[in-house]
Design a protein around this ligand. Structure first.
Ligand code: C2E
Ligand code: MG
Ligand code: MG
Ligand code: MG
Length: 288
């Protein structure tokens, strides 16, 4: 059958492969330049107390604005950064930026930073976190590091050791996207997290599907029993908010409560922090 396709098809196939490879290389090259070109920015999304509706802190979310590609989603460029080893540099930059920023906020506000599994396994992680905390002057207990279950997949001594060291510094650990990975409940036993982030996929269906509601209720209950804060991700409607509040979820995060935005654009912070408006970037795709 391969014969009947003829050599012309092989050529088309080869040239498509070539195009894709070229595009991949150019994407990687652009990403490597992004930081130097000032195309990266850290946005912040509020995390809110369910009962008082007060802001407890903000999650730092990396943004890439490319002059030609436009806004590239983190789910597209973070995996590439991990593959080419660039995530260490980007991750450190996000952490340093977020800590410096948060050091200017009222002391009641925390900042949460996502940590890639690749960063987590790095030998330099603890040293670099300590250095950044010292340089920024941010109190360690105002920093929360978000990790995913995949970090716990290799259940070796080093994983537990790293988590224990971070905790010893005073940093809080949050389990991100909870319920989407493997061994969800087991992972809560193997390490005492400070916070469980219930994945958006459950929140999306929480008002319409009994199974999603049951899971949110269960995770909230387990979290409470284990002394962990629970937060519902991706709250978009008042109905979803009411639902998670009803089962006792402590915090919420989502478009309903606030879009990710540069720190200088966050209303709540504008009132208390003197931001230099001239440093604002004009690209506001998240916070319209
Ligand atoms: P995540 O850590 O679970 O972050 C929450 C994601 O949900 C963010 O997407 C946020 O914009 C989005 N989101 C928040 N509220 C809502 C809502 O109400 N509805 C919907 N549909 N979405 C909502 P984003 O910023 O595109 O980031 C996607 C993922 O990329 C993050 O998921 C995180 O895993 C990763 N990421 C983002 N920034 C960083 C970073 O600095 N370092 C690392 N390692 N990963 C990052
Ligand atoms: Mg996160
Ligand atoms: Mg999440
Ligand atoms: Mg998520």
């Amino acid at each position: 059958e391969a014969k009947s396709l003829g050599s012309g098809h092989v050529c088309v196939f080869q040239s498509q492969m070539q195009t894709r490879l070229t595009e991949k290389k150019s994407f990687e090259a652009d990403l490597k330049q992004a930081l130097r070109n000032g195309e990266l920015e850290v946005f912040y999304q509020p995390q809110v107390n369910t009962i008082t509706r007060e802001i407890c802190g903000y999650e730092a979310l990396l943004r890439w604005f490319h002059p030609v590609r436009g806004q590239v989603p983190p789910l597209e460029f973070i995996p590439v950064a991990e593959n080419i080893g660039l995530i260490h540099e980007l991750g450190e930059w996000v952490l340093r930026t977020a800590c410096l920023e948060a050091a200017r906020w009222p002391r009641s506000l925390k900042v949460a930073v996502n940590l890639s599994p690749v960063q987590f396994r790095s030998r330099n992680l603890i040293q670099s976190v300590v250095t950044i905390l010292t340089q920024s002057g941010l109190d360690p207990n105002r920093l929360e590091l978000e990790i995913t279950e995949s970090v716990l997949l290799d259940k070796n001594e080093q994983t537990l050791d790293t988590l224990t060291q971070l905790k010893a510094i005073g940093i809080q650990i949050a389990m991100d996207d909870f319920g989407t990975g493997y061994s969800s409940l087991g992972s809560l036993r193997s390490f005492p997290f400070d916070k469980i982030k219930i994945d958006r996929s459950f929140i999306r269906d929480v008002t319409t599907r009994a199974d999603a509601f049951a899971i949110v209720e269960l995770v909230t209950g387990v979290g409470r029993s284990l002394g962990m804060t629970t937060i519902a991700e991706g709250i978009e409607t008042e109905e979803q908010f009411a639902c998670v509040k009803q089962v006792g979820c402590e915090q919420v995060q989502g478009y309903l409560l606030g879009m990710p935005a540069p720190a200088s654009r966050l209303e709540h912070l504008r009132q208390v922090v003197n931001y230099d408006d001239s440093t604002d970037c004009g690209n506001l795709i998240d916070a319209k």
